[in-house]
Design a protein around this ligand. Structure first.
Ligand SMILES: [Ca+2]
Length: 252
């Protein structure tokens, strides 16, 4: 009897985890290899612009085909931006993903992919630690308008000259708030906070800019970036989160 009830409960949980919420995913292949715009492929959101100046196209892209965007100078005041005009971005959950091939320094606070008003995937060591020539990564989010929360920081450098998929996950829909960063779908560090941490998320995505102040220079990611995805959907079941299991709801 109890086993049957448990199975029903588990089935309900799995159904809840798999249900559709009508997400407006953003996807940028960056295969144009010319011009100044990297178009958004789903039709939900705007293009990343402007690929010019410090930013240029490079080939091949992450999958030994297509193209990608690269930057070689971390010190000037430029970045790419895209309007998340299709909506669907919430304050409770967010998954961000990009293929990266770092080729230069990763300073403290270096930003890779962010949404205004909140953090995102951030390349570099934890705030306040010395600058290192590494490419560790964390997921960073401004919660409740004033509190910075972050995933664990990867112990694995990403600085081997190869393309790697980097994923950051934020989810505060359950009994805990959860952040995680993954390299190539392998967990690099989870962190748990109290319930109800809402992200101060706006409607512009950035590559290579601080989310809270895009004009802030000197903390630039150097390298290539490709196949960017912004996935506004819950990633976790909090009951499982409390068990410390790997919580990814979806596979890319
Ligand atoms: Ca590409």
């Amino acid at each position: 009897m109890y086993k049957k009830i448990s199975l029903v409960v588990l089935s309900c949980l799995l159904l809840a985890a798999g249900q559709s919420f009508g997400f407006n995913e953003g996807l940028w292949h960056m295969d144009e290899n010319s011009g100044t715009a990297a178009a958004e492929a789903s039709g939900n959101h705007g293009a990343f612009t402007s690929v010019s100046g410090e930013y240029s196209w490079t080939t091949p892209g992450y999958n030994a085909a297509g193209a990608a965007v690269q930057t070689t100078d971390p010190c000037n005041n430029s970045y790419l931006s895209a309007s998340l005009s299709g909506g669907g971005i919430t304050t409770n959950y967010l998954e961000m993903e990009a293929w990266l091939k770092p080729t230069g320094r990763a300073d403290d606070g270096t930003q890779v992919l962010t949404i205004d008003g909140a953090g995102g995937i951030q390349l570099g060591p934890r705030n306040g630690q010395p600058t290192i020539n590494d490419a560790t990564i964390r997921m960073l989010v401004l919660a409740n308008g004033s509190e910075w929360i972050e995933s664990g920081v990867s112990a694995t450098p990403l600085f081997d000259g190869n393309w790697h998929k980097v994923t950051g996950i934020f989810d505060s829909t359950g009994a805990v708030t959860f952040l995680q960063v993954l390299f190539d779908d392998v967990d690099q560090g989870k962190a748990f906070y109290g319930a109800g941490k809402t992200a101060a998320i706006g409607s512009t995505a950035y590559i290579g800019a601080n989310a809270w102040d895009p004009s802030f220079a000197s903390q630039r990611y150097i390298g290539a970036i490709d196949e960017v995805r912004i996935i506004p959907e819950p990633a976790t079941l909090s009951l499982l989160a409390l068990g410390g299991l790997l919580l990814r709801r979806r596979k890319a």
